[in-house]
Design a protein around this ligand. Structure first.
Ligand code: FMN
Length: 438
């Protein structure tokens, strides 16, 4: 049927891309195994999507690890394609991306394999005001894959929620935006900070886009024009530089180029990406030094644009200081995964409104009911996927390790999800279970 065909075609495209990288990483014999397992997957279940299959096969999982948390479109574009795209953009009319309807004072960073809708459901019991982001979704996945599965979210409770797209082709990104508009995300963000493209050795994706400000501007313009249909803001998440292009002047040029095509909202991960030294994505989040002063300079140099600072923020106090220093917002990633409960005071402290004030007993009660329904609705949803968001809920408290171990062990035994949570809660004392933020 017409539904199956594009999915299968999309997978062939991606198999080709993965095959290319595999030559480098594993050698030819493994490539044929890789192709074999993918072909097998296609035969056994035509609707299986790449995100699932990556989880299922060990070799693909290894490939995924080597690609880091970001993966997807690894196509290589030719210079002529680029210049024709640049040419055609010069003739088109200019649209300015509207400001974000709700201020992004605080946001939870997009994180592959973490910020899925289950994690966002949990987060909404911790903060009602923080902006939430999807995991990065490639425009190619939206075009060739199961777009509804990738795009649907818990409307309306997840708002404000932004979709992050990854891609390197103006038409594909426009198509991706078009598919996303009916879902009414509060913003659509282009990933210009993901370092994983180093694997392909040819930069045209994520942080590599920062090497080509004019071309990235074409991508943004294409997205902005499409998103104008519903007045959806288009924002950009980038690093402060890439490889040798790491002085402030370069960053300013990059922001200027995107500003010229109408981008008004930027999220700046305040360290550069190093693409030419074979760092893993994880190393690329740790080794390049943080240079917050670059973000502060942008705030001064582009007073009508808004800048969200990201990278290394560990506490509400730190976030508050950055806000007082003039940035429009602060985005936090790893610390939210590591200790989600801590951020239950963010609505009061940073937005000046009441916290949700749910205890963790209440949160887990709600989450348990939610997980049962989700698993009934979606037979493909695994227990560990649906329970991953709650695993760090008691970090630092007595019994936290037993809590996590209980979840892991009972998940492996395929015990019912509500029974697992009931057993896990028993590891935690009443005082911690019933604690509330002010
Ligand atoms: C597991 C993981 C996955 C990530 N996935 C994405 C992603 O899909 N898109 C993106 O723009 N950044 C991604 N990042 C980077 C974060 O959004 C953020 O920029 C980075 O972690 C720095 O912020 P932090 O120091 O508060 O963690 C990821 C980071 C982690 C740890």
């Amino acid at each position: 049927g017409s539904h199956v065909q594009p999915t299968v075609m999309g997978e062939h495209t991606r198999i080709h891309g993965l095959g290319l990288i595999s030559v480098v990483i594993f050698g030819l014999s493994q490539v044929s195994y890789l192709r074999g397992s993918l072909t097998h997957a296609n035969l056994s279940d035509k609707s299986i999507d790449m995100r699932r299959s990556v989880r299922c096969w060990p070799l693909l999982a290894r490939l995924r690890t080597s690609l880091g948390p970001h993966r997807g479109n690894l196509g290589i574009r030719s210079a002529s394609l680029r210049s024709s795209a640049l040419e055609s953009s010069k003739t088109s009319g200019k649209v300015i991306s509207p400001p974000l309807a709700l201020g992004e004072r605080f946001s939870v960073a997009p994180m592959m394999d973490y910020t899925d809708r289950h994690f966002r459901f949990l987060l909404r019991m911790i903060t009602k005001k923080a902006w939430l982001y999807t995991e990065m979704i490639t425009s190619e996945a939206l075009i060739h894959g199961d777009a509804d599965r990738l795009l649907r979210y818990h409307d309306p409770i997840e708002h404000p929620v932004a979709l992050q797209l990854g891609g390197s082709d103006p038409d594909s990104l426009a198509k991706g935006v078009k598919k996303a508009l009916p879902y009414a995300y509060d913003a659509i963000n282009l990933n210009c900070g993901c370092p994983s493209d180093k694997v392909s050795g040819r930069g045209s994706f994520g942080a590599a886009l920062m090497k080509e400000p004019d071309y990235t501007a074409v991508l943004c313009e294409s997205m902005i024009q499409q998103a104008a249909a519903t007045d959806t803001p288009v924002s950009v998440k980038c690093r402060i530089g890439v490889d040798e292009n790491d002085d402030y002047h370069y960053l300013k040029q990059f922001v200027t180029a995107l500003g010229d095509v109408g981008v008004r909202h930027f999220i700046i991960h305040a360290r550069k990406a190093i693409l030419n030294m074979n760092l893993s994505p994880k190393q690329n989040r740790e080794i390049p030094p943080l240079k917050y002063q670059y973000v502060h300079r942008l705030v001064v140099d582009f007073p009508s644009y808004s800048f969200v600072l990201n990278g290394g923020v560990k506490s509400l106090e730190e976030a508050d200081e950055f806000l007082k220093a003039g940035v429009a917002g602060v985005m936090v990633g790893r610390e939210i995964i590591n200790r989600p409960w801590y951020w239950g005071d963010v609505d009061r402290r940073l937005f000046g409104v009441e916290n949700p004030r749910l205890s963790r007993r209440e949160i887990l009660g709600n989450y348990s009911a939610y997980a049962v329904v989700e698993m009934e609705r979606d037979p493909r949803l695994g227990i560990s996927t649906v329970l991953k968001p709650v695993q760090h809920l008691f970090v630092g408290e007595r019994g936290a390790r037993a809590y996590r171990r209980t979840i892991a062990e009972l998940s492996a035994k395929k015990v019912a999800v509500d029974e697992i949570l009931k057993a896990a809660i028993n590891c935690i004392g009443d005082q911690d279970l019933d604690q509330r933020w002010p």
